[in-house]
Design a protein around this ligand. Structure first.
Ligand code: SF4
Ligand code: SF4
Length: 111
């Protein structure tokens, strides 16, 4: 029962979450992060840290496709455990609908 990063992370990517994860299971894409479902120990510490409220427990209904996306990209994107520079326009994207269309499969830099 891992936690999952969902749509509102796209283009917000504040990265407050990565600093608190005790097992460093966040992975960085170009415009969002994902959680490795097999590494997450389900501690829940990251959930309230996300200003975009993008992190959810996978027990919440309707998150199957996001769990798949987290599982898929955490295999290839680089690990991130230190907060980087958030996008300058991140706040403007917070809460906007339809951000899945803007998802980038490209990896981020990691840290
Ligand atoms: S804090 Fe939230 S919006 Fe920021 S990178 Fe983590 S999951 Fe994404
Ligand atoms: S629930 Fe805990 S282990 Fe899982 S990603 Fe969040 S901080 Fe890391």
């Amino acid at each position: 029962m891992p936690y999952v990063v969902t749509e509102n992370c796209i283009k917000c990517k504040y990265m407050d979450c990565v600093e608190v994860c005790p097992v460093d299971c966040f992975y960085e894409g170009e415009n969002m992060l994902v959680i490795h479902p097999d590494e997450c120990i389900d501690c829940g510490v990251c959930e309230p840290e996300c200003p975009a409220e993008a992190i959810k427990p996978d027990t919440q209904p309707g998150l199957e496709s996001w769990l798949e996306l987290n599982a898929q990209y955490s295999k290839t994107w680089p690990n991130i455990s230190e907060k980087g520079e958030a996008p300058a326009d991140g706040k403007e994207w917070d809460g906007k609908p339809g951000k899945l269309e803007l998802f980038s499969a490209e990896p981020g830099e990691g840290s």
